[in-house]
Every structure is written in structure tokens, then in C-alpha cells.
Design a protein around this ligand. Sequence first.
Ligand code: XIL
Length: 344
Amino acid sequence: TMKDVLGKYFLIGTAVSTANIDSKDPRVKQAIVDNFNAIVAENCMKGEAIHPEENRYYWDEADRIVKFAEDNHMTITGHCLIWHSQPPKWMFTDKEGSPVSREVLIDRMYHHITDVVKRYKGKVKGWDVINEAFEDDGSYRKTPYYNIIGPEYFELAFRFAHAADPDAELYYNDYSMAKPAKREAVCKLVRDLKAKGCRIDAVGMQSHNGTNYPDLADYEKTIDALSACGVKVMMTELDLNMLPNPKRFGGAEVSQHFQYDKSFNPYVKGLTRQAQKMFNERYLAFFKIYKKHAEQISRVTLWGLSDGDSWLNGWPIPGRTNYSLLIDRQYKLKPIVKDIIKLF
Ligand code: XIL
């Protein structure tokens, strides 16, 4: 299985929901434990879920996912401490609804990071400390953290996390990492944090890939550039969007097979033969890269367990049927997995 063979090179993981681990369908748990040696919670450790109000935490789901990892001897990583999306919104405003001061937000960030990291001290291997903090052009994303605290929030977040669990690995995580300007910005962040004496172990390249993006040479360049900065690289959210993206998602445009296979209809069940071929070729191409760069890579995690679980059925257009992952809607491994294993 993937975990036996690929697991010799790096951790091989999947994102899971509590619906997955609670499922009465025995195929679900089997798919998790047979194929993977690492998990990450898809949503329940995010700020809005775990810290819905000041001084109130909702630990139940995260606790159960951490316990699932322990019971099944799997590694678990924490996703994610600071992110502009799905955030603990109360953190940014006072009771009157005005933006809080820099001091207040730093204090709230400190308590959030400290409480969450301490709860899973010794259990969570590492944390996505900050998620998606740069735009694709390399500029800082203007999040409430950035707007209220300024760029020092990066250093502060990493320091707070390290103080809460000195043994935990700490990561920066982002998408579109093959884009040169974003690659540069993240490399600079890594160098700056290290120069300031902060711990950072790895950078996550989310790898929400499509049939015609990212450019494979640029993707490899990012692996090399990051590892030249002295961090490991992790593929944290690997999937393959087989459906066309709307134009407003710059860069992504439409899937290649949609361009040349006019009969392809994303709303009809199943991929055309041509699309299936492309799915296989793309996954093989990415795993070839992971094999080649295995010494630089510490983990490859798929974002979701099966096609039926994938967030790409609902993003960026709701209600579609996507075929993004290596496990199908019946929780069966897709045939290409055998060929992926043979690469190693
Ligand atoms: C997604 C989840 O998969 C969805 O269930 C949720 O509705 C939205 O977030 N980048 C990330 C992940 O870092 O946390 C996102 O997960 C996908 C994009």
C-alpha cells in the first residue's frame, strides 16, 4: 500500500473530517488506516471552529481526531493557527464592533495559539502556524492580522507557538507556491524568521493542482528554493481539480481537457476517457517529482479521503461532481495508485 512503500520516503497523509472517523461504513476507516500513516483535521482545528468566542473553546471534534490518530498510530499535524479564512472573527473587534488595538489583537492571538498548541502538546507533531498570508504577486495579504498588527505578526505567531510546545514542528503553509513571486516571498519569510532566531521546520505547498497548472518546472523550482533556505517541504493539501475553473480565478482558467474535449461535461458522472488519462498522467507526474525530491520532502498529504469527501465538489462552484483524489466514491483505490507505488 502507499503507506508501506511511499512511507519509507516521507509521511503519506490524508485530511479527515469527524464525519469520516465517525462513519458507520467500515470502508471509511479501512481506507484511512490501510493507505496512510498521517492525518490532519480538515476543518475542526481552524479558529472559527475551535475558538468560536473569547474564552470559549470547542475541543470535542479536534480531541476525537487526535485520539483517532493516537489509537491508530498515525502522525497528526495541526491545521491551522492563524488564517484569514474561517477565523475566530470575534478576535478582530471589540464589543462595540470597532477594530481592536494592536495590543489587544496580539494578546488574543497569544491566548489562542497558546491554548490550542498546549492542549495537544506532545500529540500533534507540528502546526501550520500561518496559512495563506501572501498574495500570488508576493505582497502581504491584507488580513486583519496584517492590518492591525503589521508584518511582525509572523514572528509573534511563531514565537507563541514555539513557547507553547517547544518540541512541536512549526510550518508556514500556502497555495500557488509555484508562482515565482510567491515563492520568493515565502523564501524571504523563511530566511527572515531564521535570522530572528525563530523555529520553522517546513513549508507546506498546498498543491491544489489542476490539469494545466502549476507548471511542473516551476513547482520543482519551489521545492529546491525552499529546501535551499533550510526547511523541509511538505505537500499539504494535494488534489487535482478535474473541472474547469471560472475565469475570475486568474491563472487557473479552464482545465485543459475541457478546452480540447468539447464533449466533456463536468455535471455528468464519470470522467471521459481523455480526462481519465489526464488524471492519471498528472498524478504520476507529481509523484515522480516527489520521488525525485524525496530527501527534501517530509510529508505528502491528500486533501480529503475520497472523491465524495473532496471540498472540490463545492469549490469554487457549488454542487459539482469532482474526481480529485486517489480514492473513489466507493472508497476503492483508483487503478493509478498501483502505478504510483511502482514509481518508488
Ligand atoms: C477547506 C475545506 O476542505 C472545506 O471543507 C472548507 O469548507 C473550506 O476549507 N486551503 C486550506 C484548507 O488551507 O483549510 C481549505 O480547506 C482548502 C484551501
